[in-house]
Design a protein around this ligand. Structure first.
Ligand code: ADP
Length: 485
């Protein structure tokens, strides 16, 4: 089948979070299954730096009309990698910037135009370079593609057979813009109603995608259920419920060629379930990297690697911070984002310099070191559509302590010392007491090293590769093709 995947992030070209990992890994897996896959991405500064040498344009200039002016976008041919064709939408005045979405976790003021243009350019480019049977879109940034296809382009004979799948990686980000966006992007005003794109007088990109796509997926089974409730739907719960028959939960896989303690190039030593000796080395290396070299041998190390956003449960961490640091543990924190949370972590380190350390940056190598060198990984998210870090943790023998929500609930099973089953520690209520109790269950289990090794090995035996999700997506594409036939 011919598939076009359009997204705003993709490893190795541009990344701020898990979306990039998914879009980097799914297409080659689909290609392995025999599908013909093309990926479209904005030609950000980050991507430009990745593509070395002379740029090769597949299309020199597409005219993208707006209300009072035209913009012109080129399509850069990124070539084939892993059996997948990559194209980049080039519009330097919109994408040639230091950040993907905005400075310090914020938004650029013209994001509606940046991603509106991207959506329309993908449709126009596909008409020249190949209309697929299915457009597979990801999150709000690409959610207008189904809207264009079923409104402005509805009569275009070249696009008639093309179906659409929208994957919701995070319903907390919807792309909200003023009503005038409707006109600016040249949509008819009829679509600005509560049953289509309007959300309380805002133009809502994601809602448009949810209403107009043939099929919808989310990145875990649990999250597919959760978004149909007021707590997680972020205002779209009714629309998700309306589309429930077309909604599937497909858990993300992870790229074990990059996240494997046996081969990871960022580690001081390698290890596996049969030979854990290298993990000691990794622990030492991690503590050293965080300036905690003086922490004693048998003290458990807790790692936090996170985007600093309200979603990640940092307010819960703040409530238990001092109680946690007063236990016999070392804590290493790697993350960046909201300055308010960055300040919390600074103050935490300031109060407990002997056993809490933080690196407030984005650092790929250190993220790998944290997964490998820690004993426990803390992820108390308010909501978590899938979450990748806890899946990496499992493979690295680092026991996850998580809130039972979304993909965290789907991938972590509570440890039971009596039966020696389970892979981590979970708590359900979004409460600091329950978080601390889960950590304490972990610390208690850590005291029995035989049981702990068993717990680590249970996690290391889990397999969340891409083979199964790729097959599940292919099934969804089939469903879409049948709907459009
Ligand atoms: P989200 O996409 O919501 O941020 P995920 O758990 O799905 O959360 O994915 C996070 C990804 O980003 C993981 O690959 C993780 O290692 C990476 N990551 C997050 N923060 C950092 C950081 N400060 N430095 C390096 N990698 C990070």
């Amino acid at each position: 089948m011919q598939i076009v995947i359009a997204a705003s992030e993709c490893v190795p070209f541009a990344k701020t979070g898990g979306l990039a990992d998914v879009v980097g890994t799914l297409p080659p897996e689909l290609a392995k299954l025999g599908h013909e896959v093309t990926v479209y991405l904005p030609f950000y500064l980050q991507a430009r730096q990745r593509l070395q040498g002379e740029l090769n344009y597949a299309i020199r200039s597409l005219t993208i009309p707006f209300r009072y002016y035209n913009r012109f976008a080129g399509i850069v041919d990124g070539g084939k990698r892993g059996g997948v064709q990559y194209y980049f939408v080039d519009c330097p005045e919109l994408y040639d910037r230091p950040e993907l979405y905005g400075p310090r976790g914020g938004e650029y003021g013209d994001n509606a135009e940046r991603f509106g243009l991207f959506c329309r350019a993908v449709v126009e480019a596909a008409k020249q370079l190949g209309v697929p049977q299915v457009f597979h879109l990801h999150d709000w940034q690409t959610a207008l593609i189904p809207v264009y296809l079923r409104t402005v382009y509805a009569a275009d004979p070249a696009l008639l057979g093309a179906g659409t799948v929208l994957t919701i990686h995070n319903a907390g980000y919807q792309g909200w813009f003023p009503p005038a966006t409707t006109e600016q992007l040249l949509f008819p005003w009829e679509i600005f109603t509560m049953d289509r794109l309007e959300q309380y007088d805002r133009f809502d990109f994601l809602k448009g995608g949810v209403v107009y796509s043939d099929m919808l997926t989310t990145v875990s089974r649990k999250y597919a259920e959760e978004i149909q409730t007021a707590e997680f739907g972020n205002g779209l719960e009714d629309v998700f419920r309306r589309r429930a028959a077309d909604l599937r939960g497909i858990l993300n896989g992870v790229d074990y060629s990059r996240w494997n303690p046996e081969t990871d190039r960022h580690l001081a030593a390698h290890f596996n379930a049969g030979d854990l000796a290298g993990k000691r080395e990794c622990r030492k290396d991690l503590l050293h990297a965080f300036g905690l070299g003086a922490v004693e041998e048998n003290v458990p190390v807790i790692a936090i690697v996170s985007r600093f956003a309200a979603q990640k449960g940092i307010d819960l961490m703040a409530q238990v911070a001092d109680a946690l640091a007063s236990r016999d543990v070392a804590v290493v924190v790697l993350g960046s984002g909201d300055p308010y949370y960055e300040n919390f972590f600074r103050s935490w380190v300031f109060r407990h310099p002997g056993n809490v350390a933080a690196r407030l940056s984005y650092d790929e190598a250190l993220a790998h070191k944290a997964e490998a060198g820690a004993d426990m990984f803390l992820m108390p998210s308010r909501y978590e559509p899938c979450g990748l870090n806890q899946i990496y943790s499992l493979r690295y023998g680092t026991v996850p302590v998580v809130r039972a929500t979304g993909g965290l609930d789907d991938t972590v099973e509570e440890w039971n010392a009596e039966t020696s089953t389970g892979t981590g520690f979970k708590f359900l209520n979004y409460s600091s007491e329950d978080l601390l109790a889960a950590v304490d269950r972990g610390l208690e289990a850590f005291r029995n090293q035989d049981g702990w090794v068993r717990l680590m090995r249970n996690g290391m035996a889990q397999h969340y590769g891409w083979e199964k999700p790729a097959r599940q997506y292919a099934e969804v594409y089939e469903e879409v093709a049948q709907k459009r036939a």
